[in-house]
Design a protein around this ligand. Structure first.
Ligand SMILES: Nc1ncnc2c1ncn2[C@@H]1O[C@H](COP(=O)(O)OP(=O)(O)OP(=O)(O)O)[C@@H](O)[C@H]1O
Ligand SMILES: [Mg+2]
Length: 440
């Protein structure tokens, strides 16, 4: 920016002198410069467009590399290496082509600038020389005119260079702003109601939801009514894709309901401070997220618990066997995405986080799917003491997981078709019984 200001200043200063020497010669010089600026404008649009394409190609390329590196084990096993390489090479070619195009435009731009500036020198000595012969201009003035024209053209070229750089930088800035300016669907009211008490009841009232906003016929959830109470375990079962995890996302306000309402002790969750709402809900998910850090730090994010406390929690979730086999115990680093531990052990770490959490609503969404029946029952019995005063929602395909729940909702295509205890539902000839028969 400093260079730009200096160049503009020098150009304006030179123009002043040039006007005082020969107005008509200057008019020709300015005409050629105007043609140059016009061409520059067109070129600038090209440069901006091509720079944008290059940034996109860079983004895609680094996505592929990142995806490949972080999933290398699964990629090898699923024999999808070739697919990755093909897609990498395609993107790389695309990037190369775009970079060549951009360089051509930039070089072309600079060449046109040089040619037109050369034309200015020709005009000065041609038309200026003619004026000297006719006695309208002295030789000294002609040389001074040429010098001042250089003082005008040099800064003009620099201004053009700077604007090219500014255009390229603007593309990057625009890309950043396209993310920052993305509209937020979940409205956050910072002054909204905060949950400072125990939660006694969570209720879904005529809840409808559609991910894409395509209208009622696309609803994933249809007029759902559910109640979850403090001190009780409520289960949600149903075939894959019937909308179980969607309910969890709505409770956490990752999306807002399309119709109906979700109430926490009678207050609509949209009227509750989002931070406070999420602080009070702990979800143990289908997908386990682990840091490339120690077992201890993966359980206790805030690093507030003592070694003894973390060891006790590890015992509760059945991680003691694993710890016994590790030289560094809970200080063992488990690798990127927990690559050094088994699927069941990863789930145990996730469940341990639920014990550490102070949230009043705990949701276990297929939290024990990677565990065998015996381990699962052991863990569920062990953690019972820690979650018995909370609202517990369990989602599971394996019905043995939810057998002891106080209430079970059976979902079909986003609707509750049955509800009751395991005993009630087993005695009816409904979907629940069908699910039991299918699992035997
Ligand atoms: N982010 C999303 N965008 C669009 N549709 C989605 C999204 N997430 C889920 N769906 C769709 O919503 C429906 C319900 O999905 P959901 O994840 O709630 O099922 P689920 O009952 O938890 O299944 P599963 O037992 O397999 O985990 C599915 O048809 C799914 O394709
Ligand atoms: Mg699910």
């Amino acid at each position: 920016m400093f260079n730009l200001i200096t160049n503009i200043f020098t150009a304006v200063f030179s123009i002043g002198f040039l006007i005082s020497m020969s107005k008509d010669l200057l008019a020709i010089v300015i005409l050629i410069e105007l043609i140059l600026i016009f061409i520059q404008n067109i070129m600038r649009k090209h440069i901006s467009h091509e720079t944008n394409n290059i940034r996109k190609a860079h983004g895609y390329l680094s996505n592929i590399v990142q995806e490949y590196v972080s999933n290398i084990k699964n990629i090898v096993v699923s024999k999808s290496k070739l697919k990755f390489f093909k897609s990498y090479i395609k993107r790389e070619k695309n990037l190369m082509n775009n970079e060549v195009k951009l360089n051509l435009v930039i070089v072309g731009n600079m060449s046109i600038t040089r040619i037109l500036n050369g034309a200015i020198t020709v005009v000065i000595y041609g038309y200026g020389g003619y004026k000297v012969i006719n006695g309208q201009l002295s030789v000294g003035e002609l040389i001074a005119f040429q010098q001042y024209t250089n003082m005008l053209i040099g800064p003009c070229i620099n201004i053009i260079r700077s604007t090219n750089q500014i255009v390229q930088a603007k593309v990057s800035i625009d890309r950043v702003y396209s993310v920052i300016d993305e509209e937020i669907d979940i409205k956050v009211e910072n002054n909204a109601f905060k949950i400072n008490h125990d939660i006694n009841r969570v209720e879904l009232k005529d809840v409808c939801f559609d991910y894409n906003g395509f209208g009622k016929e696309n609803n994933v959830l249809k007029n759902l009514n559910m109640i979850f109470k403090k001190g009780e375990t409520t289960a949600i079962v149903g075939e894959s894709g019937c909308g179980k995890s969607t309910i969890v996302s709505l409770l956490y306000r990752l999306w807002d309901v399309t119709d109906g309402e979700i109430l926490i002790d009678g207050v609509d969750i949209k009227d509750i401070n989002l931070k406070s709402l999420r602080k009070n809900i702990h979800i143990v998910n289908q997908e386990v997220f682990l840091f490339d850090d120690t077992i201890k730090n993966n359980i206790d994010f805030r690093e507030k618990l003592s070694y003894e406390e973390v060891l006790k929690i590890c015992n509760i979730v059945g991680l003691n066997d694993l710890l016994g086999s590790l030289e560094n115990g809970i200080d063992t680093v488990i690798g990127e995405k927990g690559v050094k531990i088994s699927g069941g052990q990863k789930q145990r770490i996730q469940i341990a986080r639920a014990i550490v959490s102070s949230s009043k609503v705990v949701i276990l969404d297929e939290a024990t799917s990677a565990l065998d029946n015996i381990s699962q029952n052991k863990i569920l019995n062990n953690i019972n003491n820690y979650i018995k005063d909370k609202i517990v929602i369990v989602i599971a395909h394996r019905l043995s997981t939810i057998k002891d729940a106080n209430n079970i909702y059976v979902l079909e295509k986003g609707q509750v078709v049955e509800s009751g205890s395991d005993e009630d539902l087993s005695s009816e000839n409904g979907l629940y019984k069908g699910l039991i028969m299918a699992s035997n």
